[in-house]
Design a protein around this ligand. Structure first.
Ligand code: GLC
Length: 763
């Protein structure tokens, strides 16, 4: 497509190449991150903010008819046809363009496809229509991870996906190619190497990870630029850090958001919500948040309350606040068409809504009936929507749940040729579709930051790469089926590898009826997932914790309580995650990439490096085959030590979720509370698992951005040879611990603590 390579020009870290039929460039972002680009420079990135280029020495030389760009770590060969091959600095090949024959599937004739479609089958009608494709050779030992929010298993080898934010209400099974989010980033793990590729293109794109052929994998797009980043690293964690360096790190969330969230479509009245809150406290289920679905609104009009059922929302929110509950309200992008409704009138007057190519306001149908869609890519619209959040924060709303923002309608996809805006450029839906939810979340984030002041809590259903800077996410409308509990582990792990650290599924399942057993097994998993929310659809069986009687309630409570005990550990992971860009929830392959046994391990995961969770995800199962990587581990429940590097059977009756702690771990814990902040915590409690290890614990106000000005304390805990030292290495927050309480091998030691370095022998 590009033809022969004719010449090049080096402009600092950007090298421009002239080909017979086009031009392209290689940009050295860092020693290990290279951008490959050809296209329209005026299309700006929706994922990367600011200039990420770091000073790096690079050179260009001729080798055997190719040009080679060398950095300290990489050699990038550029040849005719803009073929790009990546080698490390020892000349080991990492990732080469494929030059062989393609093995495209034959396209079945359209009449046959039409017949299949008539019977209701989804058909592969788009084979071979991509504007461009980047085809990379496969050696045979690749595993693929990431790709954001995809169905199926952890390793994406042999599967193909699409990036097109899709509200798909049917069960999310393995063959579903696209869900609500598009994160065009993947990690390739080979026997001796690992790298990542981020394809920074918002148009509909395609990822075939060796499904078409064993010889290659490819990514492609319908439109936009050839624009991808090659991210090298010694380890898989380096690659994830490289990706989040580009697309942004997640800010530390407010501490209460790590608690338990109760939701259901729908809690329809103040009486119902107050009774729910009371029941939660009566049943001693720790809980921090109640989510209000669309029924709190007046006729589903965003930024309104249904006054007939919520007479004085401010009073309700304030009373709930006194009991430790924070209220999170849903907001959809669709604005009801109704003269006299201020949000509609304002938007109409100012030209804030999306139009047809002919210039008419575009309408479609969602919950309120006929709606119009804000054009979030326009900066005035973004500001307008941010300002709308004030309506919620003035009432005391503490978080916003952005939904239906693919954008979704009751009549399927919006037409691709609708007129959208990107900054000052007029563009179309095809380009802005995948970032619509992202921009909505950004507007929400900015509004909450401005009007509430605390760290914004936003949950979104749709987003694009880089959304972690503004929002958390849930995986949308899953079903109360065992297959979706099984899928939840790889799905959240891959989202986490794709930069989205604060993610969760609807615990219990959203659509259709859960069972007591499924709910228990789901809460045993869900209490370890970063975002912990029970949510369900209005027509299905109730699944609040008490819905199935005392036994289920007791087990449910046990796991919510366990989560509350571990909140400081989660908080520390988020705190350090803002610096490192590493996720909280991790597939084992992230930490043990060289261990063949974990490359396809779909039913276990890590929380940080210390906790390994092996949930039961099969109906009726009361034991589980657990694999632990090499090293010493402790069974969380029995404290037995186990040598890893092997699989074994763990008994797991209905009240047991197998959990393991790595030797040398130090877990900060909290005493039991009904909600975050209920008790004054003056003791630094550490649960210590003998071995060698280092741990950083953080303490701050848990809600403001002052930690960014140094208003926090950091404690360094070091464990070696049965000696634990604890010292405050950053001293910036006025509230200090007065006691240190160490739990180890069934013993407990409590001593006064004045932040001075302290050494304790654990025997
Ligand atoms: C969508 C959301 C779901 C919500 C429902 C009603 O289906 O994904 O979580 O309950 O809309 O607002």
């Amino acid at each position: 497509m590009f033809g022969n390579l004719l010449s090049y020009e080096k402009d600092g870290q950007v090298i421009h190449f002239q080909f017979a039929k086009g031009s392209g460039q290689i940009e050295v972002i860092t020693n290990t991150i290279i951008r490959v680009f050809s296209g329209d420079e005026t299309i700006h990135s929706q994922a990367i903010e600011g200039d990420k280029r770091q000073e790096a020495v690079c050179s260009v030389s001729h080798v055997n008819g190719s040009l080679v760009v060398r950095t300290k770590s990489l050699a990038v060969y550029i040849s005719d046809d803009f073929k790009v091959d990546f080698y490390d600095n020892q000349n080991h090949s990492l990732c080469l363009d494929y030059r062989g024959v393609r093995h495209q599937r034959t396209v079945v004739n359209t009449e046959e496809l039409a017949l299949m479609e008539k019977e209701g089958h989804a058909v592969n009608s788009n084979v071979g229509i991509h504007k461009f494709e980047v085809v990379k050779a496969m050696d045979g030992d690749e595993s693929f991870y990431g790709l954001g929010d995809k169905t199926g298993f952890l390793n994406k080898r042999h599967y193909a996906y699409e990036m097109w934010n899709t509200d798909n209400p049917s069960p999310h099974v393995d063959w579903v190619k696209a869900l609500y989010k598009s994160i065009p980033f993947f990690i390739t793990l080979k026997k001796n190497y690992v790298y990542g590729i981020f394809f920074d293109n918002t148009y509909k794109s395609y990822f075939d990870m060796g499904k078409e052929s064993e010889d290659y994998f490819y990514f492609a797009s319908d439109n936009g630029n050839l624009n991808y980043y090659f991210i090298a690293g010694d380890t898989m964690t380096d690659v994830v850090s490289g990706y989040t360096y580009l697309t942004g790190h997640m800010p530390v969330p407010q501490e209460w958001t790590l608690g338990y969230h109760q939701s259901r479509w729908s809690y329809k009245s103040e009486t119902e919500v107050r009774a729910l809150a009371q029941k939660i406290r009566d049943e001693h289920i720790p809980c921090d948040a109640i989510h209000m679905d669309i029924d709190y609104m007046d006729s589903f009009k965003v930024f309104t309350w249904d006054k007939s059922h919520f007479n004085k929302p401010q009073n309700m929110l304030s009373d709930l606040g006194k009991e430790g509950f924070k209220v999170v309200t849903i907001i959809d992008p669709g604005v009801k068409v109704e003269k006299g409704y201020s949000v509609y009138d304002e938007g109409l007057e100012n030209g804030y809504f999306i139009t047809t190519p002919e210039g008419n306001i575009y309408t479609n149908t969602v919950w309120p009936g006929e709606v119009v869609y804000p054009d979030f890519g326009k900066s005035e619209v973004l500001t307008w929507w941010s300002d709308k959040q004030k309506f919620l924060t003035d009432l005391g709303v503490r978080g916003v749940w952005d939904d239906m923002n693919e954008p979704s309608s009751f009549n399927g996809d919006l037409p691709q040729n609708l007129i959208f805006t990107d900054g000052n450029q007029k563009t179309d839906h095809a380009r802005m579709h995948n970032v619509y939810g992202q921009l909505m979340s950004k507007a929400t984030y900015e509004g909450l930051k401005k009007y509430d002041g605390r760290r914004p809590f936003v949950i979104t259903r749709a987003c694009f790469a880089g959304a972690q800077k503004y929002t958390t996410a849930w995986t949308g409308d899953n079903h109360s089926i065992w297959a979706h509990l099984q899928m939840a582990i790889p799905q959240l792990c891959n989202l986490s590898l794709s930069g989205m650290s604060f993610v969760g599924t609807d615990v219990g399942g959203f659509v259709c009826d859960t069972t007591p057993e499924l709910l228990i097994r789901w809460v045993q998993f869900g209490c370890f997932s970063p975002l912990f929310r029970n949510h369900s659809a209005m027509d299905c069986i109730r699944q609040e914790p008490w819905s199935f009687g005392e036994e289920v309630l007791g087990i449910y409570r046990k796991y919510v309580q366990l989560r509350y005990k571990l909140i400081p550990y989660y908080y520390d992971l988020f705190f350090s995650g803002e610096k490192t860009g590493l996720p909280v929830m991790r597939p084992l392959v992230l930490q043990y990439s060289q261990d063949e046994n974990v490359k396809n391990l779909n039913d276990e995961f890590l929380v940080g490096e210390s906790l390994l969770i092996a949930p039961i995800v099969e109906q009726g199962a009361v034991r589980k085959l657990v694999y632990l990587p090499k090293g010493t581990w402790y069974d969380y429940w029995t404290r037995d030590s186990i040598e890893g590097g092997c699989a074994f059977v763990r008994e797991a009756p209905i009240d047991t979720c197998p959990v393991y702690v790595k030797a040398g771990s130090i877990l900060p814990t909290w005493p039991m509370q009904d909600y975050v902040g209920q008790k004054k915590i003056d003791t630094l409690e550490l649960d210590v698992y003998l071995g060698n290890g280092i741990y950083h614990h953080f303490q701050d106000d848990g809600e403001s951005f002052s930690y960014r000005d140094g208003v926090y304390n950091e404690y360094l805990c070091t464990l070696a040879n049965q000696k634990l030292t604890v010292e405050c290495i950053h001293n910036g927050y006025f509230l200090y611990y007065e006691w240190l309480c160490i739990h180890f091998e069934g013993k407990t030691v409590t001593i006064p603590f004045n932040q001075e370095k302290i050494e304790i022998t654990l025997s």
